[in-house]
Design a protein around this ligand. Structure first.
Ligand code: NAP
Length: 243
């Protein structure tokens, strides 16, 4: 079967690792990004040099019109989109919740949750049966991220609920919807929170005594998308070193 996957925020961090793993497994990979076209292009070239098939597509996946364009572009290049990874997620500077503005809260919700909702709707319009979606949540949905970013944690709680609801609504169509919940993973996102070395600082608090690598999350995503996970839907896989 021809497999085509859209990976939102597929150009850096966990998304980029997922793009690499899925390309190696023979998927046509549509790498979505928003600003950093150089990173997306470099990754796309790397995949093609390795014999894979990839394209890049700039789209703000919190905007419905952009999501429509993203799915149209992937369809035009590769045919029906058969798999989806709702990976995009952002956070802002660590602070206690009284300092978080309503504007910031809504931006986090729109980019982290609305995006997954919009992309899942667009996906089902194209692939009405026999597909798979993986949502990227966070261990923060369980911890609540107090004094740091409760807006981010709340958005990930919503991603968990969306996963559960969609998994049951789409089960009869054999569209499986699962979720990974990473812990501290070495990516650029921690610099956005104001602490680039966050993973290193917290390593001793993680039962496995180290941060995770993006590839370790990507491998779980790839398994959940694959036919090997054919009886898994509405599942949550914690990739958090035991945290
Ligand atoms: P990252 O390294 O900061 O990469 C973010 C990616 O998202 C980039 O490709 C970025 O594109 C893209 N992006 C951001 N806003 C977008 C938008 N509105 N539309 C389209 N693309 C957008 O992030 P990461 O650490 O890999 O995180 C990936 C996912 O894992 C997120 O959902 C995050 O919450 C979750 N997670 C991460 C960790 C961790 O420790 N890293 C832990 C738990 C959960 P540009 O390159 O164009 O900016």
């Amino acid at each position: 079967m021809n497999k085509t996957v859209i990976i939102t925020g597929g150009s850096r961090g966990i998304g980029a690792a997922t793009s690499r793993v899925l390309a190696k497994q023979g998927y046509n990979v549509c790498i979505n990004f928003i600003n950093n076209e150089a990173a997306a292009s470099q990754l796309c070239d790397e995949i093609k040099q390795d014999g894979g098939r990839a394209m890049i597509c700039k789209a703000d996946v919190s905007i419905e019109a952009d999501v429509e364009s993203l799915f149209e572009a992937a369809n035009a290049e590769f045919g029906t989109v058969t798999h989806l990874v709702n990976n995009v997620g952002i956070l802002f500077e660590k602070t206690d919740f009284t300092q978080i503005t309503a504007e910031r809260f809504m931006k986090v919700m729109n980019i982290n949750v609305l995006s997954a909702f919009l992309c899942s709707k667009a996906f089902v319009r194209q692939k009405n049966k026999d597909g798979a979606i993986v949502n990227v949540s966070s261990a923060a949905s369980r911890t609540g991220s107090p004094f740091e970013y409760v807006d981010y944690a709340s958005s990930k709680g919503a991603v968990d609920s969306l996963t559960k609801g969609l998994s049951i609504e789409l089960a009869a169509k054999n569209i499986r919807v699962n979720c990974v919940r990473p812990g501290f993973i070495e990516t650029d996102i921690h610099a956005d929170g104001g602490e680039p070395d966050r993973v290193k600082r917290l390593s001793s608090q993680i039962p496995l005594q180290r941060g995770g690598k993006p590839e370790e999350v990507a491998n779980a995503i790839a398994w959940l998308l694959s036919d090997e996970a054919s009886y898994a839907t509405g599942s949550f896989v914690d990739i958090a070193g035991g945290r």
